[in-house]
Design a protein around this ligand. Sequence first.
Ligand code: SF4
Length: 234
Amino acid sequence: MGILSDISFELDVVSISKTVHVEPDSPDGRTLAELIEQARRMARPKAMYAEAFIDAKGAETVTVDGITFTSRMLRANLEPVERVFPFIATCGHEMDTADLPAGDFLVEFWWDAIKAVLLACAIRHVNEHLKQRFALGKTASMSPGSGDVDVWPIEQQRELFALLGDVKGQIGVELTESFLMKPNKTVSGICFATEVDFRTCQVCRRQGCPGRSAAFEPALWDLHQHGGADGQIS
Ligand code: SF4
């Protein structure tokens, strides 16, 4: 188990102002700058991961260290893989202890944007750490609940958290009864070495998503829905 709790981050006022469409020299811009300064003082982005091995592969299942996941796409992606890295990266629960003005939705929206930057730093850090420590080349990852609803059902967060152990005790992330994570700016998933470029966005039909990082691929989607002759994606 690896715990990464000393993650450096940069909160750039100009960049965040642009993201939330606020003029830095305006009154709103000055409020935003104060929030960013507050976040610099209190933010502690974190991540945890494990090195785990695949015990068995079924038609639509993969069993990792005794815990079984059901997802045709995950199964297909892990066809050539024997070792995976379950992980969680978070902006840090400290950000949820901020004393923000109650009911100010604009401030909450800006604070969330700052948390998103911290989460991105944590994701980048854990990715780079895994690549260096385990000499991985190209990697990809999948997350329960990411993309179309049946690609990898969000309920399997339960199994992913079980694989990682005491997540709350180690990095302060909680899983709610509806399988969402607290803090909200947290990502969980399984990272794996691959020769194939894969992003969940390729099998997600959601339109107008601001986070889309790859175009929808109908052929890959069809393969996910119906399976190839050998169940592999490439
Ligand atoms: S398109 Fe948006 S919702 Fe779909 S997987 Fe990508 S980031 Fe997630």
